[in-house]
Design a protein around this ligand. Structure first.
Ligand code: ZN
Length: 279
């Protein structure tokens, strides 16, 4: 397991962590100023700043792009909308390539409006991924399926465990893997087994960290800073690194009532301190 006790290079900042108070250009500057080694930008922020401008600024700052947020959201009630979703994912691949991202993160989507059959949604996810994978391979852009906690199965992602995500990867072949986010998978009794399985095929493409607060007051926007909750983050990092993962640790904190209200410079300082002590 790598020693992170003085490290900032292996730390990446998911831009959502500070996006309420800084635009993407300020976030890139902030990462560079604090010596943070990477960034994970979101499509809407990139569009607002301009893709080529962002790509150049990230390059000039010497940052890695640990992942691009995000592709996915495949299911829909009509064939026309599903086709539009696939087209949108192809553009996300293009943008990820321009940014030099290490992967395109897929939050696959949940139930189409009015539907209750999760098996339909999951089949639509398979179809959507299959429809973009050749293009992603041709552009050397790995796709990283991010399984989300089951509380998001209806509206965000009907892929909810690492096993389920890896089963998709195994059906699809090369060019696709997983993003392991401790917030979504920490509770899973199969987690060590499935991380080891992913390692055998080099399928771990990203590692995201934050913490699970007790109690949690909001399903989406009450994520904790590493060390403030109940996830054994360093234990999971140990499993992930034992499985061969040597990429960055990406901090991704949605926190409407706490971290999003603080000054971003203070948030980044805390991210660094916790990265070095509890990740
Ligand atoms: Zn994540």
């Amino acid at each position: 397991m790598r020693d992170l006790s003085t490290d900032t290079a292996q730390l990446s900042l998911n831009a959502a962590t500070v996006r309420k108070r800084w635009n993407l250009s300020q976030i890139i500057d902030g990462c560079a100023r604090h010596g943070i080694g990477g960034i994970a930008p979101w499509r809407d922020q990139v569009a607002a700043c301009g893709l080529d401008i962002v790509a150049q600024q990230i390059k000039d700052a010497g940052l890695r792009v640990s992942g691009y947020c995000r592709g996915g959201m495949f299911p829909a009630g009509t064939a026309a909308q599903r086709a539009a979703n696939i087209e949108d994912n192809l553009r996300a691949v293009d943008e990820a390539v321009t940014l030099g991202s290490e992967c395109l993160v897929l939050v696959v989507g949940g139930l189409a409006e009015g539907l209750k059959d999760l098996s339909v949604a999951r089949a639509q996810v398979d179809d959507g991924i299959a429809a973009i994978l050749d293009y992603a391979r041709a552009n050397n852009m790995p796709l990283a399926i991010e399984p989300l906690h089951p509380m998001y199965a209806a509206d965000r992602a009907c892929v909810n465990t690492l096993k389920q995500a890896l089963d998709i990867c195994d059906r699809m072949g090369n060019g696709i893997g997983v993003a392991v986010d401790v917030y979504h998978v920490w509770w899973d009794p199969e987690l060590p087994t499935q991380i080891a399985r992913a390692g055998r095929n080099s399928q771990i493409l990203a590692f995201h960290v934050c913490d699970w607060l007790v109690p949690t007051s909001d399903m989406l926007t009450d994520r904790g800073m590493m060390g403030d909750g109940v996830i054994e983050i360093s234990k999971i990092r140990n499993w992930v690194e034992a499985a061969g993962y040597d990429g960055q640790c990406e901090v991704e904190i949605f926190s409407a009532e706490n971290w999003w209200k603080k000054h971003p410079d203070a948030v980044l300082k805390t991210c660094i301190e916790r990265h070095q002590t509890v990740v």
